[in-house]
Design a protein around this ligand. Sequence first.
Ligand code: C2E
Ligand code: MG
Ligand code: MG
Length: 642
Amino acid sequence: MNHTTSSSRRLIYILLLLVIIASVTLSVFMERTAHNIRRNETPLLNSTIPQLRYLGDFESAVLRYQLAFDKRFTDSITPDRFQFLESMGRSEIDATLAQLRPSLGDGPELGALRDGSQRIVQMAPEFERYIGRNPAAARAVLIKMNEEVKRLRLRIDDMQQHVQEEIVDSGSMANHAIGWITGLVHVFDVLALVTCVFMMYHVRARVRVEDELSHQARHDPLTGLAHRRSFEARLDSLPEVPHVVVLGTIDRFSRIVGGFGHAFGDRIMVGLAQRIRGAAERSGGEVFRLDGANFAILYRMACEDVEFAEALSGLRDEVRSPYDCEGHEIFTTLSLGAVSFPLHGETPDTLLRNADAALQAARKAGGDQLVVYSHQLNAAAGERLDMESLLRHAVERNELELHYQPQQALNDGGLIGFEALVRWRRQGKLISPAEFIPLAEESGLIVAIGNWVLEEACRQISVWQAETGQRVVVAVNISPRQFAAPGFLAHLEDLLATTHVDPACLELEITESVMVEDAESAIALLHRLRALGLKLAIDDFGTGYSSLAYLSRFPIHKLKIDQSFVRNMHAVSEQGAIVQATISLGHSLGLTVIAEGVESETQRAMLSNWRCDEIQGYYYSRPLPAASALNFLEGSLQLQAA
Ligand code: C2E
Ligand code: MG
Ligand code: MG
């Protein structure tokens, strides 16, 4: 493709060069021809044409001279008048001869004219002598003079004819040359036209390419929407009129990418971008794609306007309607954060920061909603920042502790192990992981916290083994970010090697969301963890991704049915059906099934009926501090022994 373009461009340049060379040659040729015409015409104008005129003048002077003699002979003029005319005629003949000298030179032609005229002039004394006395002799002089004049005129005629021929020749030569020049001018015109057409084509193509490049420089190549830099520039250049900045994100878009791949994600993104643009533009909004699944929309109205509420509800409806792509029906929602200028900020920076705070609030509230900025949002964000910096030091200050919730086998009622649940003891108060784990996850602190939990759980397993002689199984929650962190496997290997804990005593609880980013790597890592001898369980099963195709490829031992299903299974028959189906599914995949959040005997009995293997929940025991968990363990060992 590139090769073809460059060779055709080279051909065009060669053609253009040829046209230029031809034009230069033509103009040189035309200049030469014009020069030749000038060279030929100059003597014609300077000497030949005057010569023709002066020959006429000379001839007239000779004829007038002769006429004076005729008139004297017939007595039509007086002798004085004749005297006067004869001397004037002679000087006229001399003057016209002198006029002819520059064009004829002193050559034979001028000589012949001079001789002829002298012969005529020399007859005057003889004529004067005879006139009045001897008319016959005077007549004879006149006849001689007439013959002389006749000869002279014949000569003049010859010379005039010759000059005329010269003029005709030079005229036809000039004509011919002018014909040439006209032809050359036509060729030159054609070449100039070709060059102009080519230049116009070239300039048009260039302008088109430049337009395209400038469009590309301002737009996102995938969706064709204006990109982040264009958005920032637009925000900076907005006049000081009320407007709304809306930041939006497609909720859980990474799941679509994780589940169906990047190419599919791109296609969905293109479709969604078109929908967002269509809906926003219908209400006068301008859409920009910032990055990933994040958009920005500018509206020339205020947040309080009814039109704004209508515009955004239309936009959300548009995104919410199912998207059909390659036989998959995809459902998406939008989280939106909005700020009004000048109410919520007067500079682009403040507006963006506040719009982002509003967007984060919308996401935190579960997505699929619009949050308009309020000053409390920043206060909440400030609190989160404070909490984050405190949490950063929690590990070093030994503020974290593990509680252990016992798990029971349903067949014999015996203790099968504990789930380790982290707590943060801050100023004497225990903070639930539900409050700080999401924050730790977002800020990346989860990796350090998760490592501490694993180390603490292994230490506890060793302590309990030393104290009771029993190998106790402890399940540890692994967050998706911790699971995906580069050193996760190496840290576990080190830990097992240094603590000498039997890997079969350590169970890792992961959630289905580990598949979201890169399912293949997740499956590979699970295989390596299983190869270490660790136990693997899927936590909160049923709440997330639930792709059965992937589940069958997960090398796990256990399914943990989420407590949301267990909570209502006796009251809502559909929930019961889901729990029952999950138990069957787990068993058919050869997995152990545990139900969490079991709070009542009714729930326990139902699960037992449905052949669930294990339970965990307040019914059996709440999560216990390590010392109480040891008591629980010893109590259950005694029960078993009895
Ligand atoms: P999870 O792993 O599903 O843990 C079960 C949660 O349910 C625990 O809440 C537990 O106290 C609670 N629970 C147990 N039985 C019952 C019951 O009968 N009824 C009710 N209503 N609740 C019950 P907790 O300890 O607040 O933990 C909440 C979540 O925090 C955990 O859910 C887990 O996702 C996360 N988490 C806890 N510890 C860690 C940890 O060390 N690392 C990580 N990454 N996440 C942790
Ligand atoms: Mg768990
Ligand atoms: Mg759970």
